[in-house]
Design a protein around this ligand. Structure first.
Ligand code: S3P
Length: 167
């Protein structure tokens, strides 16, 4: 089995499930956002406000390529699989792409509180804007994914086990 890559909207649990999956499979875990933060020496919100989203997307695409060729379980950022250039790369690569799919209610619950503020894409956005953005991305995740896992009311351990069973 090739090592899975997790995609999905902000708050879908890519990082927690990825860590669990890595533990279960005894493979190193890599979180694309954290690797990017180490590389740029700033948090993603800081980088968005000083350099803008386009600059972030360039680094994200570049780092995605590096991570794909590493031995890891990879959690991407919420927008990674929505960029055309990254979609091509993910589709062509032989690693399975798993879309973690929460309901709108779970997404809102997972992003409420301080997690909202950690996402520059959500700055000045309302809950309705969040749902509209999620809706607009569904087709893109679907185009890239090999496997869809619904995550509502499941623990990270259960989701990781389900992924392993499905692969
Ligand atoms: C983004 C999601 C974030 C991060 C950046 C942009 C997006 O990742 O990559 O803030 O466009 O949805 P998470 O999904 O880990 O929050």
């Amino acid at each position: 089995m090739n090592n899975p890559i997790l995609i999905g909207f902000m708050g879908s649990g890519k990082t927690t499930v990825g860590r669990e999956l890595a533990k279960e499979l005894n493979i190193p875990f890599s979180d694309l956002d954290l690797v990017i933060e180490e590389r740029i020496g700033h948090t993603i919100p800081e980088f968005f406000s000083s350099q803008g989203e386009a600059a972030f997307r360039k680094i994200e695409a570049d780092q995605l390529i590096a991570e794909l060729d590493s031995e890891n379980i990879l959690a991407t950022g919420g927008g990674t699989a929505c960029q055309a250039v990254n979609q091509e790369i993910l589709i062509q690569h032989d690693r399975p792409v798993i879309w973690l799919q929460p309901s709108d209610e779970t997404t809102i619950a997972n992003l409420s509180g301080e997690d909202w503020g950690k996402r520059p894409i959500l700055a000045d956005k309302s809950v309705d804007d969040l749902i509209a953005l999620k809706e607009s991305r569904q087709e893109k995740y679907g185009k890239t994914a090999d496997l869809i896992i619904k995550v509502d009311q499941k623990t990270p351990e259960e989701i990781a086990k389900e992924i392993i069973e499905e692969l």
